[in-house]
Design a protein around this ligand. Structure first.
Ligand code: GLN
Length: 476
């Protein structure tokens, strides 16, 4: 097998058995990246030198006969809104084009403690706002399955990099679907953890009550390994909790398919959904039934409010979070302004792209005096109703199955001029963030040559269970 086609477990075994060195593994990926990424454009920064020296370090450990952690020497990529010390972190925005991260995000620190090997930083929609990676200030990423299509977004660079074998796994972030939807479009696995399961320290904030970092991998097992490495409470993020999640490497209670009750929400099979996608999803659900799971219809009755609710709350939080980019504290500065206000305005006008400006305007409007109650406060109440729907459903079932997206990967430029159509592609993913739940996206079939993902939603901190449920389908 090619070195660039291995999973994490296979690569780790190969390193331990000295079938190849970490240096060879790293070189194989760098060579492929150099060749292939010309057409895919998944990477914004490649950290070749530090990757190669890290590989040598891991090889030394192996030569000394030391036991290496499972992620040691395994080439990975990091979404460019997560800080890696001394490496440029752009959030795909002109405003941070030359910003060098002064410290490691907690997730990166944890990966480094495992002697991880970082190949570089991946493209995204500017400030993670988008569903296609076309909102990047540095050009679009392309879908490895069809170069005329988008990889999804906003973690499109991470998903395309894993799908095209440019790295073994990647980190993404998910505020309203940005791990799951690109994973679905690129035919790989994406896990959006429970809110608070993974530290957000060092993640450039978009909407702080919704953002979570998670793994993008080729297999469910790999997702478990990466999640295991990055999860846990962090005193630098007061919303993170030391999770009750079991240690995956100790064989935990296996999920018995015959004891499994799986919910299918009737509100998720809607008009406007691609009938071919619906067919693939329904076949996957049927497979679970054939294997012995009990399938029940559940109702998440506020589903139709989720998208409008998300598009009030996320922009409101974004408008507050992005106030710090003023041309003084960080990044791009248009210092030729006639006074301080002018510097602020000019820097922001120069630095932010159209979608980011649209969100800031939406959010500022929703939070302004006189409108706050009508929009923001009401959206918060709806958010509670959405959460209540899930609590109710989870009294009856162990997990909920839905599509990830109403369509497979769409064409580049197809939706970019119509923001509302673009927002509609988040219809099945945003509720999970509003409710703070864990969910995975896993490939379950194809429409033509394009992959389709199944979403498995679980109760808070039941990552282990949804991953096990996913593994059952993956093996079938
Ligand atoms: N597509 C959604 C948005 O544009 C979600 C983005 C995300 O999860 N970061 O807001």
């Amino acid at each position: 097998m090619e070195l660039t086609e291995l999973t994490i477990t296979q690569a780790h075994e190969g390193l331990v058995k000295k079938e190849f060195s970490a240096f060879e593994l790293c070189q194989a990926y760098l060579a492929r990246l150099e060749k292939k990424d010309k057409e895919i454009s998944a990477f914004l920064t490649v950290t070749k030198d530090s990757a190669l020296s890290q590989a040598k370090k891991v090889d030394d450990m192996i030569l000394e006969g030391r036991e290496i952690p499972v992620l040691a020497g395994i080439p990975c990529a990091i979404k460019d809104n997560i800080l890696v010390e001394d490496v440029r972190c752009t959030v795909a925005s002109k405003i941070l084009e030359n910003y060098i991260a002064p410290y490691d995000a907690t997730v990166v620190k944890k990966l480094k403690e495992e002697n991880c090997l970082i190949l570089g930083k991946t493209n995204l929609d500017e400030f993670a706002m988008g569903s296609s990676t076309e909102n990047s200030a540095f050009g679009s990423t392309r879908n490895p399955y069809d170069l005329s299509r988008v990889p999804g977004g906003s973690s499109g660079g991470s998903a395309a990099a894993v799908a095209a074998n440019l790295c073994l796994y990647a980190l993404g972030s998910d505020t309203g679907g940005s791990i799951r939807q690109p994973a679905s479009f690129c035919g790989i696995v994406g896990l959006k953890p429970t809110y608070g399961a993974v530290s957000r320290y060092g993640l450039i904030a978009f909407a702080s009550s919704l953002d979570q970092i998670g793994p993008i991998t080729k297999t469910v097992e790999d997702a478990k390994i990466v999640f295991e490495a990055i999860k846990g409470g962090d005193e630098l993020d007061s919303t993170s909790v030391e999770s009750k999640i079991a240690n995956f490497r100790v064989p935990a209670a296996r999920v018995q398919i015959s004891n499994l009750r799986i919910g299918v929400p009737k509100e998720y099979f809607i008009k406007g959904m691609d009938p071919e996608v619906e067919k693939v999803i329904k076949e996957a659900i049927k497979k679970y039934e054939e294997m012995g799971a009990k399938i029940e219809e559940v109702s998440l009755s506020h589903t139709e409010c989720a998208l409008p609710c998300y598009y009030i709350i996320a922009p409101s939080e974004a408008s507050a979070n992005l106030a710090r980019y003023d041309g003084i504290k960080y990044g791009l500065s248009e210092s030729k302004g006639k006074d301080l206000l002018d510097v602020y305005l000019k820097s922001r006008e120069e630095g932010f792209g159209p979608e980011v400006r649209r969100r800031i305007m939406l959010g500022t409007y929703a939070l302004s005096a006189g409108y706050y109650e009508a929009y923001y406060l009401r959206a918060q109440k709806v958010r509670t109703l959405i959460k209540d729907d899930f609590d109710q459903a989870f009294k009856e079932v162990d997990a909920i199955l839905t599509p990830v997206s109403p369509t497979p990967a769409f064409k580049l430029r197809e939706k970019i001029t119509d923001p509302l159509t673009m927002y509609l592609s988040d219809i099945f993913t945003v509720s999970v963030n509003l409710a703070g739940l864990p969910a995975i996206s896993l490939p379950c079939g194809k429409v033509g040559k394009l992959p389709v993902g199944l979403q498995i939603i679980g109760k808070p901190f039941e990552e282990e269970k949804i991953l096990a449920i996913g593994e059952i389908l993956e093996k079938a």
